[in-house]
Design a protein around this ligand. Sequence first.
Ligand code: NAP
Ligand code: GDD
Length: 327
Amino acid sequence: MTKTALVTGILGQDGPYLAKLLLSKGYRVYGLIRRYSNPNFSNLDFVGVTDEVDYVEGDMNDEASLLNLIRTIRPTEVYNLAAQSFVKSSFDQAKLTTEVNSLGPLYLLNAIKYFSPTTRYYQASTSEMFGLQHTNGYQDEKTPFHPRSPYGVSKVYAYWITVNYRESYGLFTANGILFNHESPIRGKQFVTRKVTDGVAKIKLGLAKEIRLGNLDARRDWGFAGDYVEAMYLMLQQKESNDFVVGTGESHTVRELVELAFKSVGIDDWKKYVVIDPQYKRPAEVPNLRAKPDKAFKLLKWKPKMTFDKLIKTMVEADLERNKKKTT
Ligand code: NAP
Ligand code: GDD
């Protein structure tokens, strides 16, 4: 029997990498997209799977659309990647963020409970749930949550409803508590891509500066292509479980900036960076570093791409894309 997967958030960053992985394993992949006059398939084009995905229409805010999809497709697995995922916007659009990120998962879980209880469910949980909390400088599955944004709060609800439907109804549900992961198709608002795109533009003479917020924040940055493998592995386990996924290394935004400029031969990066308060957050998450021992042991998963390689790869991709604008 062909395995089937419904992937929400298929047009985002992780969706295309996950679709590619599942297709390579012989899955039929259904990708949920919202109703658009002109949907943007550029991320799927980048990984080369646009024509291999079956697109289905629905919205995380529309319960009936999700009930109907689960009832008709009855997928082997659901990967719920859809979210209002930009932390900064969640402070200004808290209600929308909560509806998509908290109620959306509830709708999917209810649909699975009523119409397809053997479907396995992956919830895209996040290190943002830890916020201020850490255990000796790192976060693992036992670290308590103290979210610092409406985004983080919304994801804590989704985390617990995912656990609750496992405990209450015996559904196979898994939370992947993923730390920051990036790629050449990362949204340009997120700091890595903002920096790599900005550096490429400066190198090519298309821009003069990059405006940034807090350079002291530390993140555990990995490669999205590695992290979707962990998502897949979580749904192949005997028992459903929750896993922290990260590299175990953390770097400041300042280090990221320095590395990106260095990769194009610019050492005096301070000339090009302007600190702009509009990019600071009302409450910051200062330090995220994963202790992914459980994933290493039970999933036998390991990140393959280093931080240096990741940033260099992103800068190179942005140089290529921006070069087209100069010709
Ligand atoms: P992303 O690039 O922002 O993609 C999110 C996707 O969600 C977009 O395709 C968006 O659709 C879709 N979406 C938003 N609202 C929707 C709605 N109402 N109905 C249907 N779809 C909707 O995010 P990502 O980086 O791929 O992350 C995937 C998931 O992992 C998210 O849930 C995120 O919160 C979580 N996560 C990400 C990271 C990370 O570092 N990347 C770390 C931990 C957890 P449109 O294209 O139509 O806008
Ligand atoms: N976006 C952005 N823009 N961030 C900046 C800037 C800037 O100009 N200047 C400094 N930063 C800092 C932010 O304050 C934050 O501390 C850090 O850079 C990373 O910001 P983002 O790249 O926006 O990511 P995030 O850590 O807030 O959230 C991402 O990772 C989470 C997992 O920890 C998102 O992908 C979330 O969806 C995900 O859950």
